[in-house]
Ligand binder design. Structure first.
Ligand code: SF4
Ligand code: SF4
Length: 134
């Protein structure tokens, strides 16, 4: 399927969040700070290829509510231009994140397991990539 065909069938999934890199947590206190992010609605945190990101679910103001096209296409930011359609949110398959936290309780449990058992995080360089600032 071409990107154009694919986008015509999609409701603009890649235009409904902002994913930003955050510092990789080192100690328990850093993990607890991330737990604070996760106390908030519409926030998730994921790990992609060893890098940590905060994901804010909030749609772009330029996404058309009628046909889900970009209303700012000529002036769309570079992140939108460079987003690889092979990695796109609509393409088949899961993101296969190394870690994905959707609320503070998950992080609370993870902190307990990680620090009680000295667990190390694994990386998966072949996983799909979220649209984000690197
Ligand atoms: S998620 Fe993929 S198919 Fe959907 S609008 Fe974005 S690039 Fe197109
Ligand atoms: S500027 Fe356009 S392509 Fe970029 S996120 Fe917004 S609607 Fe999507």
């Amino acid at each position: 399927m071409t990107q154009k065909n694919q986008c015509e069938k999609c409701k603009g999934l890649c235009c409904r969040y902002v994913a930003l890199p955050i510092e990789k947590p080192k100690d328990k206190s850093d993990y607890d700070d991330i737990r604070w992010y996760l106390c908030h609605e519409n926030i998730t945190v994921f790990v992609e290829d060893g890098d940590w990101y905060i994901n804010i679910k909030n749609k772009c103001r330029h996404l058309s509510p009628k046909d889900y096209r970009c209303l700012n296409y000529e002036k769309r930011p570079n992140i939108c231009r460079k987003y690889r359609h092979s990695d796109c949110d609509f393409a088949e398959g899961e993101y296969d994140y190394e870690l994905h936290f959707t609320d503070d309780r998950q992080m609370e449990e993870y902190i307990k397991i990680k620090f009680d058992n000295n667990v190390k995080e694994k990386t998966n360089p072949k996983a799909k990539k979220k649209k984000s600032i690197k």
